[in-house]
Design a protein around this ligand. Structure first.
Ligand code: ZN
Ligand code: ZN
Length: 358
């Protein structure tokens, strides 16, 4: 009976993942769009595109092949459970800290960055699933820490793109109109539909900049894609964020493949005190590499950006790809070693852990 239940749970788990994959990926049927003459290289007819030679489009057939390979047991075996722990964080320090430059990993791509007296959340998701529906889709294996209730007042929210694991409607609704939201082109509509006032939203194209309360917010590129449903593939832009204060600066990478943009951003805006970079959702490589870095590429991106410290994100929270969920930090440590990066510069935190950056 127990074995039967276990099998049923696994089946339901894969079914829920399939629901999400189908929702998000059916746009794969569409062909990649061509560059729109007279516009920036990432603007296409009615869509956006990745303009670098490092990008290769993956079609619907590739998606089916990936799923077929999984069904045939070709993906690496994953452990039944993980020894993940969260750090209790009651938010007390974060609520009283007005001075120090700190970084807290809350889970997935959600971080709290305190810089020059401002509280900034990145890609906030506090829901238990990243999915179009509340009853199915990838479920978090670790709760967020600190909890939403224990957050300090949030001044700014950075959104990198509209995928479910980066733009979570219930979380945005809870944050409401207190923060100012920075979003890439055309993502503002979704926020407005959730009741966020237009004057609280700053919507930018790559290389555009806005300044508020002594901080510069630069919308910088990533090599990725967007879409939440059947008909909106690449209709909204994806990006990273470069935030520059009077003394300190950080880079938030969102979701991205390895691309020449890291060097360009490093040359233009570096050196950074902190680079927040994704390390998970990279297997199988043949399918994922155009849009998701692996840990080694992430470590290389950290060097390209000319950053002093790296905070690893986008792992250990939602099971989104074929690698075991505890593999990314191990590979990151090994890659950092092989690239000669001192281990003290690489922050692999538990959700809820806060580090003083400077
Ligand atoms: Zn994404
Ligand atoms: Zn993601």
């Amino acid at each position: 009976m127990k074995v039967f239940l276990k099998k049923l749970m696994i089946l339901l788990g894969s079914a829920s993942l399939l629901v999400l994959i189908l929702f998000v990926s059916l746009g794969y049927i569409k062909r990649p769009a061509n560059h729109k003459p007279g516009r920036p290289a990432h603007h296409a007819e009615n869509a956006f595109r990745n303009p670098w030679p490092t990008f290769e489009n993956r079609g619907f057939g590739d998606l089916l092949k990936w799923q077929w390979d999984r069904l045939r047991g070709k993906a690496p075996k994953k452990p039944q459970r993980y020894d993940f722990r969260i750090a209790e964080n009651d938010g007390q320090f974060l609520r009283t800290n007005g001075k120090q430059f700190t970084a807290t990993w809350i889970g997935h791509a959600t971080t709290l960055i305190q810089i020059e007296g401002h509280n900034i959340l990145t890609d906030p998701i506090f829901s238990s699933r990243c999915s179009p529906v509340a009853w199915a889709g990838p479920q978090r294996v670790m709760p967020p820490s600190p909890s939403f209730e224990n957050l300090p007042p949030i001044d700014f929210v950075l959104i990198s793109h509209n995928h479910y694991d980066h733009l979570d409607k219930p979380t945005i609704k809870r944050l409401g109109n207190r923060p100012r939201y920075f979003v890439p082109l055309f993502v503002g509509n979704l926020l407005r539909n959730l009741g966020i006032a237009n004057e609280r939203i700053t919507e930018l194209d790559w290389w555009q900049t806005a300044e508020f309360d002594g901080l510069q917010f630069h919308c910088t590129p990533t090599q990725h894609f967007s879409g939440r449903g059947l008909h909106d593939r690449n209709q909204t832009l994806w990006c990273s964020w470069t935030v520059i204060g009077k003394q300190n600066r950080f880079y938030f990478g969102g979701d991205t493949g390895y691309f020449p943009g890291f060097k360009e951003i490093g040359e233009k805006f570096g050196p950074f005190e902190l680079a927040i970079l994704p390390i998970g959702a990279y297997l199988p490589r043949w399918f994922m590499s155009p849009v998701h870095v692996d840990p080694k590429e992430s470590a290389q991106a950290f060097l390209d950006l000319r950053a002093e410290k790296m905070l690893a994100i986008h792992w250990g929270t939602f099971d989104l790809a074929d690698e075991p969920m505890d593999e990314p930090p191990r590979l990151l440590r090994a890659s950092a070693d092989s690239l000669g990066i001192d281990s003290t510069r690489v922050l692999v935190l538990q959700p809820g852990e806060t580090r003083v950056v400077k």
